[in-house]
Design a protein around this ligand. Sequence first.
Ligand SMILES: [Zn+2]
Ligand SMILES: [Zn+2]
Length: 216
Amino acid sequence: MQVEPFTFSSFMTNAYLCHDQGEAVLVDASCETEAECEQVMTVIEEQGLDVQHLLLTHAHVDHIFGCTFFEEAFGQRFKAHEAAVPFIERAEEQATAFGVEVDPPSVPTAHLAEGDTVSFGDVTLEVLHTPGHSPDSISFVDRPGRQALTGDVLFQNSIGRTQGLPETSRAQLLNSVTETLLPLGDDVTIYPGHGPATTIGRERAQNPFVQEALRA
Ligand SMILES: [Zn+2]
Ligand SMILES: [Zn+2]
């Protein structure tokens, strides 16, 4: 699986175009402006990719800015965890709270839950429920390829925020990191919702929040 990262908006939120054998999935729609959305479209067109699925790691406003654009471009809806629904329904409220604007996306009709899979090309992504930063947080794991897209759960040297946001739980977040992500294996590369790609091994060894959780 090839992973093309993009970083968009004042939130510096990542979106990822993952592809294999000419088929692709888009993970998160963090592009806030049409010009940002067009950057993703240019890569899709230049590489002749067939977009099979639109996916959300979670429905915080900085990850859903571009949903409407891609829903219209590809005639399909984003797939997300069921707990994303109330966040998407309150998209404009979320945007107002952060002083930004959003075109509210469609509520997903296909919900993803722990153990579900999403296939494209020769890749099968496994869905893991990794709540804490938000109740709908899910991670997409390519086990044979040793790669995972983890949203706002684990970052290089940091973890997802659990203050000032609705329905967060620091204990649940740390549990998602130690019980769900770390067991994927130190050689797994993770592509987070913010900041650079890292590895499970690097974060196990150097991330102060992970080390604190492991000592607890
Ligand atoms: Zn978030
Ligand atoms: Zn985020």
